[in-house]
Ligand binder design. Structure first.
Ligand code: COI
Length: 356
């Protein structure tokens, strides 16, 4: 492993920590941040950890106009013995480079990014909340900073990592969420940016999410952009169904996010010898299984959402209530095992946990 020089300037003005039992998602930030710059002449340079602070950008910075930006999401966990763990951080930075390639952003050094993250989390580790279901959410992101209104890849960027102590993403916590199947809008199309973790995919989803919220639904289930027929993902998570004993999830097709939690769940199910199939799934098929009483469980997976049981789908005005709106047994086992691996209370046969 290379020795990286990451300059550190510690904050002399520490903020008050929140009451961890009352944490929401993504509203509070720690005392420090990581930042690194890119220029054509120097490449990525000056990696540094500095006090958390606003950044100053030219109003013509390209990120404001054309959305050339990518982001990631992962978490740090505190074990009951006081150890700090990250969960598969290398996967986040390799996915960030995949997103970078799609958005014409120069690749980052993945090893440097993991090292910078470890140093940053170590400095702010007393911000990792202890209450059940809480963690330190980590948000790495890259923005295009060149002041230029021509549509072209930017010639300068900033790579930043910020940290936020969080509670559950959905107000429902581990209780099942209600999801509306989207009929009017699409999230992504073949050849688009659906697979990349870029802000535009999420801005694009706001309208549908707002309309679903008015009907009492937390998120929307996106269908494919061509036939409006095949299930892709939910706003902030990948999706799994248990149908007649078999677990199915939409196969990655270029427009679905390659979730790291999704991959972990597939590996966990295979480890338990539970059949899990990645394939195309039509919403009609889910409806038919529901009508025949074969739709046993549904859940979403994501870093922010963890494992989130789905208790109801709204489709064409009909409510499909899954497992009487209760958390399914498999969903519960997956939640307990995954969070146990993440926070050190369960064995980690996969080597996913990375201790600071
Ligand atoms: C995550 O799960 O970390 C994400 O980036 C999803 C985000 C929309 C909260």
């Amino acid at each position: 492993m290379k020795a990286y020089q990451i300059e550190t300037i510690l904050s002399s003005n520490r903020k008050q920590k929140p009451v961890t039992e009352q944490l929401e998602f993504g509203t509070i930030f720690t005392d420090h941040m990581f930042i690194m710059d890119y220029s054509v002449e120097r490449g990525w340079h000056d990696p540094r950890i500095i006090p958390y602070q606003p950044i100053s950008l030219d109003p013509a910075a390209m990120v404001f106009h054309y959305g050339q930006t990518v982001f990631e999401g992962l978490k740090a966990y505190l074990s009951k013995d006081g150890e700090v763990f990250l969960f598969r951080p290398d996967r986040n930075f390799s996915r960030m480079n995949q997103s970078n390639a799609r958005l014409c952003i120069p690749p980052i050094d993945e090893e440097l990014a993991v090292e910078a993250l470890k140093q940053l989390v170590k400095i702010d580790q007393d911000w990792i909340p202890k209450a059940e279901g809480t963690s330190l959410y980590i948000r790495p992101f890259i923005i295009s900073t060149a002041p230029h209104l021509g549509v072209a890849p930017s010639e300068s960027y900033q790579f930043i990592i910020i940290l936020s102590p969080v509670g559950s993403y959905y107000k429902e916590g581990i209780h099942p969420v209600k999801i509306s199947v989207e009929q009017n809008y699409v999230r992504a199309v073949a050849g688009g940016t659906g697979e990349a973790k870029t802000g535009g995919n999420y801005a694009n989803g706001l309208k549908a999410q707002e309309e679903a919220a008015k009907l009492g639904y937390s998120q929307v289930l996106w269908l494919d952009g061509r036939e409006n027929k095949y299930i892709e993902e939910v706003g902030s998570m990948n999706v799994f169904f248990k149908i007649n004993g078999e677990i199915v999830t939409p196969a990655l097709n270029g427009s679905i996010l390659q979730g790291i939690t999704r991959d972990s769940i597939i590996q966990l199910l295979k480890h338990w010898n539970i059949p899990v199939i990645e394939r195309r799934i039509s919403v009609e098929e889910i409806y038919q299984s529901y009508r025949e009483g074969l739709l046993e469980e549904a859940f979403g997976t994501g870093t922010a959402a963890v494992i989130s049981p789905i208790g109801e789908f709204l489709w064409k005005g009909e409510k499909l209530v899954v497992n009487s709106g209760e958390v399914g047994q498999l969903t519960r086992e997956l939640y307990d095992t995954l969070t146990g691996i993440q926070n050190g209370t369960k064995e980690d046969p996969f080597g996913w946990r990375v201790q600071l």
